[in-house]
Design a protein around this ligand. Structure first.
Ligand SMILES: *[C@@H]1O[C@H](CO)[C@@H](O)[C@H](O)[C@H]1NC(C)=O
Ligand SMILES: *[C@@H]1O[C@H](CO)[C@@H](O)[C@H](O)[C@H]1NC(C)=O
Ligand SMILES: *[C@@H]1O[C@H](CO)[C@@H](O)[C@H](O)[C@H]1NC(C)=O
Ligand SMILES: *[C@@H]1O[C@H](CO)[C@@H](O)[C@H](O)[C@H]1NC(C)=O
Length: 271
């Protein structure tokens, strides 16, 4: 129970916005399209000429025994279709029983363009996320999208902000905030049905809405994430006039020795 509460406390801290707003350590930043490895806390590279930042966030670095890197490989621009970023998350974190239910951080590719717009001003959010995971020990963690909305433009830290998670795959027994009775069922979205779990992050007061698929995705996801936002509008969680302030795709990790290689296409198209 103690650790379940801790997980609840820590999960919503994974947002880049928190760390951009309250930097605790001087970040090491590179800005280029040259491959780069990021193994420090809040260690990132802004990919110029793209809508992305590649980010290694270790918000529980003090509880992390081992190493965790987020590595940028390349940006591919196919003749047909949207650009994609190739990247990896390399986890080598010891299992420690007392923190096995505490996420150690979040490795992700975040959007830097066309944020802070209302849902109705967005025509689509084309997403194409492909991944492989090879683990040599038990691994606990997930593959997810993570967005933040608010009725206030730019707000991702006040208690009026809301966190939206779309879990694609999860293993090792990870559970969302508000686990227990689902607050809603979404019958048909991205080829499966989903359960919605909701709860408040007790540290920040921010409500987290996590959708978990009834059938997990097995290494690839393609879809328009505006449909995800629309499903939550239909459920009355917020309105079409709500702002999308943060958006990213990544992997949360608790422990294990694991390499995730991924390609991600993700952008916000305005109406
Ligand atoms: C999605 O990504 C896969 C793998 O990179 C690629 O083969 C496919 O063409 C992409 N789809 C779109 C619509 O870009
Ligand atoms: C990889 O992790 C999963 C989930 O913890 C586990 O079931 C599986 O046995 C692991 N694979 C290896 C080779 O340890
Ligand atoms: C939100 O916008 C969509 C797309 O324009 C529309 O279909 C839907 O009815 C709107 N929802 C509400 C609650 O106004
Ligand atoms: C992950 O990607 C790296 C760099 O492209 C490659 O060297 C490695 O073999 C890949 N690992 C797996 C498990 O696919």
């Amino acid at each position: 129970m103690f650790y379940l509460l801790q997980v609840i406390g820590f999960l919503a801290l994974l947002h880049p916005a928190f760390n951009f707003a309250f930097p605790q350590f001087p970040p090491r930043e590179t800005t280029s399209l040259v491959p780069s490895d990021h193994c420090g806390n809040q260690d990132y590279t802004i990919l110029s000429g793209t809508p992305w930042i590649v980010y290694n966030m270790l918000y529980n670095a003090d509880l992390l025994v081992g190493t965790q890197c987020t590595n940028f490989q390349s940006v591919e621009t196919p003749a047909i279709g949207n650009p994609e970023v190739a990247w990896s998350s390399v986890t080598d974190i010891e299992y420690v029983e007392s923190t096995d239910n505490v996420p150690k951080g979040y490795s992700f590719v975040g959007l830097t363009q066309n944020l802070e717009t209302t849902i109705s001003a967005i025509s689509s959010i084309p997403a194409n996320y492909s991944w492989t995971r090879t683990n040599t020990t038990a691994f606990k963690g997930n593959i997810c999208f993570d967005f933040m909305t608010s009725d206030t433009k730019g707000d991702s830290t006040s208690t009026s902000a809301q966190e939206l998670m779309l879990w694609l795959q999860y293993e090792g027994g990870q559970l969302p905030i508000g686990w227990g009775d689902a607050t809603a069922t979404i019958d048909s979205l991205f080829g499966t049905s989903w359960k919605l779990y909701e709860g408040q992050n007790t540290d920040t007061g921010i409500t987290v809405h996590s959708m978990l698929p009834d059938k997990q995705f097995d290494g690839s996801f393609e879809g328009d994430l505006k449909e995800w936002l629309a499903a939550l509008v239909t459920l009355g969680k917020f309105t079409n006039g709500t702002y999308v302030n943060v958006g990213n795709a990544g992997t949360e990790f608790f422990y294990g020795n694991s390499v995730m290689n991924a390609t991600l296409g993700l952008q916000i198209e305005l109406s």
